[in-house]
Design a protein around this ligand. Structure first.
Ligand code: TRP
Ligand code: SF4
Length: 400
């Protein structure tokens, strides 16, 4: 039950482009065969900033799921769902809000940054302040181990860890914990119980992290433990209470960063993006007209790839030989810019061909997408419910 799950979400605020692909989706695709992955449409998060344009969210939810599928996210491996269809996220958010100091939210750097950046919107709302806490609920509800995110999201994962720790500290303590933990140890069977105690000692007395990991792995594999006992044994390793919520780790995308056509961050609103499923003619035209080294006015002027956004594309798309050809040819004015762009055009179109193909199936038959999401929601919900049972009980809310 503490399998190494991966959770990540994306806000449906616009159609996806190649920046999303290289920055996030490629990574999602890689992870889906390594871990049980839960990928969701963060529609509530989109509402925190786009509360007055619900049509944008509605339009983009299904398009975004098709983009994911086009990019190679495979619903037979990963679980795909929509946040608002698993209302347990909101329940956990409410319950976590009870123990979240306001100052923790106010000091999250994205809070003030985004308010300043999106100054045309009124973001002095309760929902927007709670954005990172809702994100914490998204992750904690699946007791996820890893959260693949970009660098800007690190403070949100850090908050999530602090919230989990605080929750376990407040609600993981129970009368007679030590006694109950020791009884749970016995249930491991004599051989495993001995090993568990040994590893726990090694960690507590010598700070041996390897022993801690080994003990956790031992618990992961233990079969006949109740949820409560498992939480006790995890908690007993490190402290004096049950570990009800699990601290996740950010999994930084070693993103091959793909900037926009003008070298700035790729974004639909800057008009410098290439859509994930854009047609080849349009891709060709966009790349052919993208700016190059401004110092290269005439064909005979030598250029400098470091000053050219096309070079950034080569870094992502070209092999060493082509890159060598660009560096040489540019600096010696041996090649023209259109010539230089052609391998990029070819590579982008080749990358997109299977995406357009995969998407077509879903565009032809939208019920396929609806079914994938319906299945994913059911699966996610089952896990979310399990965690909520524990959380409610811990917070005194199980009136049975
Ligand atoms: N805040 C994330 C972003 O803007 C989206 C998100 C919402 C998310 N909930 C999440 C990411 C949970 C990871 C896990 O990119
Ligand atoms: Fe840019 Fe290539 Fe032109 Fe050099 S030759 S300026 S790298 S497009």
């Amino acid at each position: 039950m503490y399998a190494e799950r991966v959770v990540s979400g994306m806000r449906p605020t616009g159609s996806l482009h190649l920046g999303h692909y290289h920055g996030a989706l490629k990574n999602w695709v890689r992870l889906q065969s390594e871990y049980p992955c839960f990928y969701f449409v963060a529609d509530w998060h989109a509402l925190t900033t786009h509360y007055d344009t619900p049509e944008i969210i509605e339009d983009n939810v299904w398009e975004m799921v098709i983009d994911w599928l086009a990019a190679g996210v495979d619903p037979s491996q990963a679980t795909l769902f929509i946040q608002s269809r698993v209302p347990e996220h909101a329940e956990l958010h409410t319950l976590l809000s009870m123990i979240t100091p306001l100052s923790w939210l106010e000091r999250v750097p994205t809070y003030k940054d985004q308010q300043e950046k999106l100054a045309d919107r009124d973001l002095s709302t309760y929902g927007f302040l709670g954005y990172p806490l809702l994100q914490s609920a998204d992750v904690l509800i699946y007791r996820a181990k890893y959260v693949p995110v970009g660098e800007d999201q690190i403070p949100h994962i850090e908050l999530t860890r602090e919230i989990a720790r605080r929750f376990n500290y407040i609600y993981g303590r129970e009368p007679g914990f030590e006694q109950k933990a020791l009884e749970a140890v016995k249930k491991l069977g004599s051989r495993k119980a001995r090993l568990y105690k040994e590893l726990r000692n090694r960690y507590q007395e010598q700070g041996d992290e390897g022993a801690l990991e080994a003990a956790k792995a031992l618990l992961d594999e233990a079969q006949n433990l109740s949820v409560g006992d498992r939480e006790r044994l995890f908690g007993y390793l490190e402290g004096g209470g049950r570990m009800i919520l699990v601290e996740p780790e950010a999994l930084l995308t070693e993103a091959s960063r793909l900037p926009g056509l003008d070298g700035a961050k790729m974004s639909k609103s800057y008009g410098n993006a290439i859509g994930l499923r854009e047609d080849p003619e349009s891709v060709t035209k966009k790349i052919r007209t993208m700016p190059t080294d401004p110092a290269r006015v005439k064909r005979t002027d030598p250029g400098e790839p470091e000053r050219c956004p096309v070079w950034q594309f080569h870094l992502v798309y070209s092999d060493d030989k082509t890159k060598e050809w660009v560096q040489q040819g540019c600096r010696s004015a041996g090649i023209g810019c259109l010539e230089c762009k052609q391998p990029v055009i070819d590579a982008v179109i080749a990358e997109q061909a299977p995406m357009r193909e995969r998407a077509q199936r879903y565009l032809d038959d939208p019920t396929l997408v609806k079914n994938i999401i319906a299945d994913g929601c059911d699966k996610a919900r089952e896990l979310a419910r399990e965690t909520m049972r524990e959380v409610r009980e811990a917070m005194g809310l199980d009136y049975s």
